[in-house]
Design a binder for this molecule. Structure first.
Ligand code: GRF
Length: 172
């Protein structure tokens, strides 16, 4: 059976979308969080998903012991060093059309900059933040009368729709 690890430190809506998508499929999803109070851990418990709480400085040890077909960063707010990246295949989801709006608060920055179009990017992870090879992008129009909240909702909708399918393609 294929094994996918989701790494997340926060809210975990993408994690839940992934779990739901693979529910009746032959794929094992597990969760790693670096924060013991992250909301995503509650989701894992409710969904019956195995979770690991691993402090950031123990990440490399973790991947020496545990093997996965793919590792998905979904709101894991840390930069992984090369020694960790060498131990598995990592992808990341980012809420902008990279290379635009790398880094934090990308949704708000795109919105405030008066962009007419933004979107999401799924990419391989390398040592530079939000810079790895792009695997998939989806666009979202920013209508003149849209609020930031509505735009955020659209972005998350796109993330939840596309990330599980991209994962499925990559582990095929
Ligand atoms: C997503 O917007 C993702 O693009 C970014 O972090 C956010 C995580 O959201 N990297 P959630 O924790 O999955 O709800």
């Amino acid at each position: 059976m294929k094994k996918v690890l989701v790494m997340a430190s926060g809210f975990g809506s993408n994690f839940e979308a992934i779990v739901e998508y693979f529910k009746n499929k032959d794929v094992c999803i597990e969760l790693l969080s670096d924060k013991n109070n992250a909301y995503v851990l509650k989701r894992a418990k409710r969904l019956g998903i195995k979770s690991y709480i691993i402090p950031f400085n123990e990440t490399s040890n973790f991947f020496l012991k545990h093997k996965f077909n793919l590792v998905v960063l979904a709101g894991y707010m840390r930069i992984l060093p090369k020694e960790v990246l060498n131990l598995a295949e990592f992808i990341n989801i980012h809420p902008s059309l990279l290379p635009k709006y790398k880094g934090l608060n990308a949704i708000k920055r795109a919105f405030m900059s008066g962009e007419k179009v933004s979107g999401i990017t799924i990419h391989y992870v390398n040592e530079e933040v939000d810079c790895g090879e792009i695997i998939f992008q989806a666009e979202c129009k920013i209508e003149p009368d849209m609020t930031l909240e509505e735009f955020e909702e659209q972005i998350h909708f796109l993330e939840h729709m596309h990330l599980p399918r991209v994962i499925e393609e990559l582990i095929k």
